[in-house]
Design a protein around this ligand. Structure first.
Ligand SMILES: Cc1cc2nc3c(=O)[nH]c(=O)nc-3n(C[C@H](O)[C@H](O)[C@H](O)COP(=O)(O)O)c2cc1C
Length: 385
């Protein structure tokens, strides 16, 4: 018998109906060639769509070539990049999921090594592979840590160019068929590094107090919203707290979220950390199950817009409770989906939200529903004997 699950209730945002509240979080694969998606990305993202997620997010896609974290990052800085992603967006839609793209610029955390090549600043081993470093840029000419590349302080013209490139990337994402766009303003990358007083020491209108430090992101979001169709949802991912002394705080995030709401942002995706340390989101609040859910809850309550919770959501019951208790509207999973691409389908079974195996692709569901009955009979027979 089917039980009522809030996690598996659809959610309408603007003109898009999301079939359930489970989201595959953006996850860099460091496997693109000059930013272009390939078969790896199709299989990687395609299996999550087959796996029943309501939304499948692409990894961070760089809006400028020099905005990639590593040589292997996905990009969306040309029409050819959008073309390479179009088939993936189409496949995700054909599976009944909503396709989403995260638009990003890595700022001072660009030009790093892939995690499995050292996860640090580039060195001679990268050069030996033919992967040269490039000049990185940031609000202030301060590296992310000792030994890391020193960025060039961005001019006002550089900022305007980034804003334009985010908007162009949004336009291309629409043409590629994506239905949700997210501006990446978390984990110490470019927009986050403007927000945080730890990394922004500008004395012009893009630095100083919170409103000055927020200006680059607000201009970006305004440009993206204008370029992105009215009927399609816009998300912003933030590091709700830096988790470092004198850093960006939850108070700051709530104020920012109110401004973003005014600009037509639909969902704040609440992550944390990353302002100091390696290319990947490191050095933030200590992780434990659901450790970032409180941020999503606070932003939802205090800024009055929808939120997405993420971070060590490990069980179906935990995800169900987040939605049922009104802590967030959407729940994203990352590494759990790497462990089990069918995590959402298994969650539906665990919550008795899919008793007939209807949510599975029909190529699998027909067989598996019968397999389940056989297994049940066998278990009963064993119980009787
Ligand atoms: C392989 C990998 C790549 C990631 N790449 C991105 C990314 O491109 N953009 C982003 O905002 N977060 C990225 N993250 C962070 C995840 O989106 C997510 O917030 C984090 O893994 C916490 O969720 P989890 O505990 O369910 O894995 C990445 C995480 C992993 C494991």
């Amino acid at each position: 018998m089917s039980s009522r699950s809030n996690l598996f209730a659809p959610l309408q945002i603007r003109d898009v109906t999301i079939p359930n509240r489970l989201v595959i979080s953006p996850m860099c694969q460091y496997s693109a060639g000059d930013g272009l998606a390939n078969d790896w990305h199709m299989v990687h993202l395609g299996k999550f769509a087959q796996g029943g997620a309501g939304i499948v997010f692409s990894e961070a896609a760089a809006v400028q070539r020099r905005g990639r974290i590593t040589h292997g990052d996905l990009g969306i800085w040309s029409d050819a990049h959008a073309q390479a992603l179009a088939g993936i967006a189409g496949f995700i839609r054909s599976m009944g999921s909503v396709s989403a793209i995260q638009l990003a610029h890595a700022g001072r955390k660009a030009g790093m090594q892939r995690p499995w090549h050292g996860n640090g600043p580039p060195d001679s081993t990268d050069r030996a592979r033919g992967e040269e470093p490039w000049q990185v840029m940031a609000p202030s000419a301060e590296p992310v840590g000792e030994g890391w590349m020193i960025p060039v302080e961005m001019s006002v013209a550089d900022i305007a160019q980034v804003v334009d490139d985010f908007a162009a990337a949004a336009r291309r994402s629409d043409h590629a068929g994506f239905d949700i766009a997210e501006v990446h303003a978390a984990h110490g990358y470019l927009a986050a590094s403007f927000l945080s007083p730890i990394s922004n020491h500008r004395t012009d209108g893009y630095g100083g107090d919170r409103s000055g430090r927020s200006r680059m992101l607000l201009e970006t979001v305004e440009a993206v919203r204008a370029a992105w169709p009215e009927g399609k949802p816009l998300f912003v991912r933030v590091s709700a707290v830096d988790g470092a002394p004198q850093g960006w705080s939850l108070e700051d995030t709530v104020a920012l979220a109110k401004d973003l709401k005014g600009l037509g942002v639909d969902v704040i995706d609440c992550s944390s950390g990353g302002i100091l340390g390696a290319a990947t989101a490191a050095k933030g609040p200590p992780p434990q199950p659901g450790f970032q859910v409180t941020y999503a809850h606070a932003v939802k309550q205090r800024a009055g817009l929808m939120t997405q919770a993420v971070g060590l959501v490990l069980t179906a019951q935990q995800a169900e409770a987040i939605v049922t208790d009104g802590e967030a509207d959407l729940v994203a999973i990352g590494r759990e989906a790497l462990m089990d691409p069918n995590w959402p389908l298994h969650a539906a079974l665990a919550l008795s939200a899919d008793p007939e195996w209807d949510q599975w692709p029909e190529q699998y569901g027909w067989w598996l529903s019968r397999r389940a009955k056989v297994l049940e009979t066998l278990a009963n027979e064993l119980g009787d004997s």
